[in-house]
Design a protein around this ligand. Structure first.
Ligand SMILES: [Zn+2]
Length: 150
């Protein structure tokens, strides 16, 4: 798992052209897999193998749909889509991390327990990613404001 700041920064960049409501939902979706994982792990006392499906691209739509049901009916489809975009962005970012060959992305759960990882960055590089993420958020905002003025 990359840190939440990195997930938020990438979702912030990806959702910047969208409206403020949609952007907020994409940002919420980008934090959803880790919040679910930590919630199951710390608050429910679940073992890690039970928490790992929170990072499956086939499972997160279920959680997004459950959350979208909290919205009024006219907004549910848009809320679901925005949450799902954010959650899938989260999984894509986590896919790049090195888990020392074990991977945590269950790409086809519940049909397969195969885990994948690309190993592009190590967990020790998270601190650098956080700094780059903060810079990415600042640059995204500065560019968006400059484009709005012109
Ligand atoms: Zn994650």
């Amino acid at each position: 798992m990359a840190d939440l700041l990195t997930h938020v920064a990438i979702a912030h960049l990806a959702a910047r052209p969208a409206g403020p409501r949609e952007r907020a939902l994409v940002l919420a979706g980008a934090t959803l897999p880790d919040l679910l994982y930590k919630g199951f792990y710390f608050f429910a006392g679940s073992p890690t193998w039970y928490c790992e499906p929170t990072h499956s691209p086939l499972v997160v739509p279920i959680f997004c749909a459950m959350i979208a049901l909290l919205f009024e009916p006219a907004l549910r489809r848009k809320a679901f889509a925005c949450l799902l975009v954010g959650a899938w962005l989260h999984i894509l970012v986590d896919l790049g991390k090195s888990y020392m060959g074990h991977g945590v992305i269950l790409w086809a759960f519940p049909f397969s327990m195969d885990r994948v990882e690309l190993g592009w960055y190590s967990p020790y590089e998270t601190l650098w990613l956080m700094a780059a993420s903060a810079a990415l958020i600042a640059i995204t905002e500065l560019v968006a404001r400059a484009l709005r003025r012109s």
